[in-house]
Design a protein around this ligand. Sequence first.
Ligand SMILES: [Fe+2]
Ligand SMILES: [Fe+2]
Length: 233
Amino acid sequence: MEQRLVLADIWQKRAGFELQVAAGFAAISTSMFEFGADPYVLKIVGRAVRDEIRHAEISTELAARYRGDSVIWPARVPVHTPRFEPAQGALRLALYMIAMSCINETVACSVLEAAINQSESPLVKAALQTILADEIDHARAGWAHLASPWVTPSIKAELPEWCRRMLAAKMRELVEDESPLPGEAFPSHGMLARENTRRIVRSTLDDVIFPGFEAAGIDASLARAWAIEALPI
Ligand SMILES: [Fe+2]
Ligand SMILES: [Fe+2]
């Protein structure tokens, strides 16, 4: 396939992922109405639904530029709300926030930053920059939720094993698959290689996420042990 069509395809898929993230934040905000959250956190999470739809829009626009035709909106996407069984209520909400904000969005910030530095296209840089500005906020909401009284000491006592399990599940593809990431042949378009992505994820875990868990009073030793084995430096 021609280079521009490969890149168009990647951005078109990203648009769909952004809508899935929007659906995730919609589910989290529903859960926050029911089980409680700090207003600061609720406001960011509510806005995040709109932000992610905007990211989808930006992604479809880039895809259209690469294709050289008009924008295609991903009208329907599969939505999987994780159940985190047997967790319920405020524990389940805390797990969902850790997965979406503390892990996904925090890692996304580092990945986006690296992609911005690597990209030589002003248009791609600008798109990633706009997305990054929102993702910083989305990550912050997760850390603020963990620091809030809505995540009680008894909830925190249950989190260490869950954190290890969530990381293993989320990173499985990055860790186990050895094939090149889609687009990694086009570094100047902001596409990162698998090896580079692994390094970025590991350092984000070590420098931001694990210290973040510990600052919130969550023992990160199980998660740290997983990272040492799964993502060796
Ligand atoms: Fe996003
Ligand atoms: Fe986000």
